[in-house]
Write a protein of this length. Structure first.
Length: 443
């Protein structure tokens, strides 16, 4: 405790770090205040139907991502997910389309161009998603004429999401941590007290175990939390031997170092990407008329159903491999080792080293992706054990792993500021392993 207080004092002493943290907190306060502003023309006291729809299921997850803005018909109701969906499309195009591949190689100018295209695509997605969302709002809650309400609400919802994007970018540029991930995290945290209170109340009202079951649930939640941290921190160290070489009167090399490859190099991005895609059936539901179409939409919207969780898990595994492939370049790793006079013991330089890295990444990514998928579908099993849907969402997947990943990444950035100025870090080791890092920074 004494060390923690001393660390807080050190953070306050560093003017730049203090300013960044206060700036970040200020932006997050603005976001939370905006989440409470209801769409013009909506009576918030008449939203009982919408709030009932978002009490569980996929809509409940979407409401959690937006910090309750979805169920309250806020101007930020669509949250940041349209931007995440646009980012998925752009990154997939970066693999298949030469134009986007060329932009990725152009450095900062290419990154700015990609960001601009992502914003335009986000706006296009918003124009499609906003009318679908408006169909979810109770007819009794609307107090303005139909056409005027629809057009004005679409404009406001689109503007709200673009403003949230801008807030996230400001945090990334001038604050601490990644802005988009912090906005998602703060929305999840905002729902936690209500979910916990609802679970405790339900246990006592139903007489289903009472305090004993609440304690058991909290212990299990703690175990899942520990497993999530292990997933974040797990690495495979690759030995690299550097040959001796003499430059002038100095000798270099002759030592063995290790390259840490994370078991989960993709961080929380596979879950966020997969969850964004799982929200798409809800968009189609607002426009579909046929019973057959609505049948598969219902199947993929059943939060505890087999097909929802099976599809969700498969997409997480696929996105884990995909994001690992675009995050870690075996060819670049092998080239950097060769340029620095190093080699992997027992492996020939060049093509063999690249194949070795590919093989290692494939082996460590498989268990990492399977465990990620398992934790992601844990809420469904929790609901089968009579845990309330709101609290079950914190047993893994979109909530717990995102919270762990974002917190660890933010702590890593604070740690870097402290160590650069020769202060002790937040942990005894002086090192905090972040998970999201550059992965989410690229969004």
């Amino acid at each position: 405790m004494k060390r923690f207080i001393e660390t807080l004092k050190n953070i306050y002493k560093i003017e730049e770090l203090r300013s960044r943290i206060l700036y970040t907190l200020g932006i997050l306060v603005i976001y939370r205040l905006g989440s409470k502003i209801v769409l013009p023309g909506v009576n918030p006291n008449m939203l009982s139907e919408l709030q009932a729809k978002t009490s569980d299921g996929v809509l409940g997850i979407l409401d959690m991502f937006s910090g309750g803005a979805f169920s309250s018909a806020s101007i930020f109701a669509l949250g940041i997910m349209p931007y995440i969906s646009a980012s998925i499309v752009i990154q997939l195009l970066g693999i298949a389309v030469p134009y986007f591949q060329r932009l990725q190689r152009e450095g900062e100018s290419g990154r700015r161009k990609i960001n601009q295209i992502t914003r335009y695509l986000t706006l296009g997605i918003l124009i499609v998603q906003a009318p679908s969302y408006l169909t979810q709002i109770d007819a009794a809650a609307r107090v303005l004429p139909g056409a005027f309400f629809t057009v004005s609400s679409i404009i406001i919802l689109a503007t709200g999401t673009m403003f949230v994007m801008w807030l996230g970018e400001r945090i990334t540029d001038k604050g601490i941590g990644n802005g988009i991930s912090l906005i998602i995290m703060i929305g999840i945290i905002a729902r936690l007290p209500f979910a916990l209170f609802g679970e405790v109340s339900a246990r006592f009202e139903r007489g289903a175990g009472g305090p004993v079951m609440v304690i058991v649930e909290m212990v299990f939640l703690f175990l899942v939390f520990v497993l999530s941290i292990l997933l974040v921190q797990g690495t495979r160290k690759i030995p690299v031997q550097y040959a001796k070489r003499v430059v002038g009167n100095r000798q270099y090399g002759g030592v063995r170092q290790y390259i840490p490859l994370k078991v989960n190099s993709a961080g929380v991005m596979p879950i966020i990407f997969a969850q964004a895609i799982m929200f798409l059936p809800l968009t189609f539901a607002g426009f579909s008329r046929g019973e057959e179409v609505k049948g598969w939409i219902v199947a993929l919207s059943n939060y505890t159903g087999f097909w929802y969780n099976f599809t969700f898990a498969l997409m997480i595994i696929a996105f884990t491999y995909f994001y690992t492939a675009i995050t870690i370049n075996p060819q670049k790793l092998a080239e950097d080792i060769r340029k620095n006079g190093g080699f992997i013991p027992g492996v020939k330089p060049g093509k063999k080293t690249i194949e070795y890295f590919d093989n290692v990444l494939s082996k460590i990514t498989l268990p990492g992706s399977l465990f990620l998928a398992f934790v992601a579908v844990l809420p469904a099993f929790a609901m089968m054990a009579n845990v309330t849907s709101g609290f079950a969402q914190f047993y893994g997947g979109t909530s717990l792993l995102i919270l762990v990943g974002v917190v660890m990444d933010t702590l890593q950035q604070i740690e870097s500021h402290l160590l650069m100025r020769h202060y002790d870090g937040l942990m005894k080791t002086g090192k905090v392993k972040g998970r999201v890092g550059s992965n989410m920074a690229s969004m």
